[in-house]
Write a protein that binds this ligand. Structure first.
Ligand SMILES: Cc1cc2nc3c(=O)[nH]c(=O)nc-3n(C[C@H](O)[C@H](O)[C@H](O)COP(=O)(O)OP(=O)(O)OC[C@H]3O[C@@H](n4cnc5c(N)ncnc54)[C@H](O)[C@@H]3O)c2cc1C
Length: 134
């Protein structure tokens, strides 16, 4: 299957959506997004973006769909099965700014968090309520 490439125009569209500080296109900084914890595998994305709202993600996905660009969501990149690897290049959508804990309901043992919350941060927060994740 043929995929589209991230052109200068698309890069500028991404900057308009997320802000320049949250669009990474330098090879050096993209290294961080080229691998997860799967051993010895490395695939560079063309660009990594760090949205902070669902609306921004929606706009990014519309852009990817329109230009047929692969999009790979990424949390902390600790997966051991290569799911966060951008094997076809394209755009990494990093969820690192989605880091809010909305609610911890200790009576029902349920929590509502955003997908970029770091495990240890969550662990520390629930410890305050005398809970833990095994
Ligand atoms: C040393 C070590 C120990 C570990 N121990 C355990 C353990 O004890 N138990 C355990 O269960 N796991 C363990 N893991 C595995 C790893 O921690 C989990 O797979 C982790 O939950 C992945 O989270 P992540 O945010 O890093 O996801 P990533 O690696 O970034 O992504 C994992 C997959 O989810 C997709 N994804 C990420 N965010 C989103 C999103 N918001 N929406 C849709 N898709 C998304 C990615 O595209 C990818 O396919 C361990 C890993 C390491 C390195």
């Amino acid at each position: 299957m043929e995929y589209g490439k991230v052109t200068e125009k698309i890069l500028n569209d991404l900057i308009a959506i997320c802000g320049a500080a949250h669009v990474i296109s330098s090879r050096e900084l993209l290294e961080n997004y080229s691998h997860d914890y799967t051993e010895d595998l490395k695939y560079y994305p063309e660009v990594a973006v760090k949205p902070v709202t669902a609306v921004e993600i929606s706009k990014i996905m519309l852009l990817c769909n329109k230009h047929h660009i692969p999009a790979t969501p990424r949390g902390a990149g600790t997966g051991l099965s290569g799911g966060a690897l951008p094997v076809f290049g394209g755009i990494i959508i990093s969820m690192e700014r989605f880091n809010k804990i909305f609610e911890i309901d200790e009576w029902n043992l349920q929590a509502t968090v955003e997908p970029g919350v770091i495990n240890q941060v969550f662990q520390d927060a629930i410890m305050e309520k005398v809970c833990f994740i095994p």
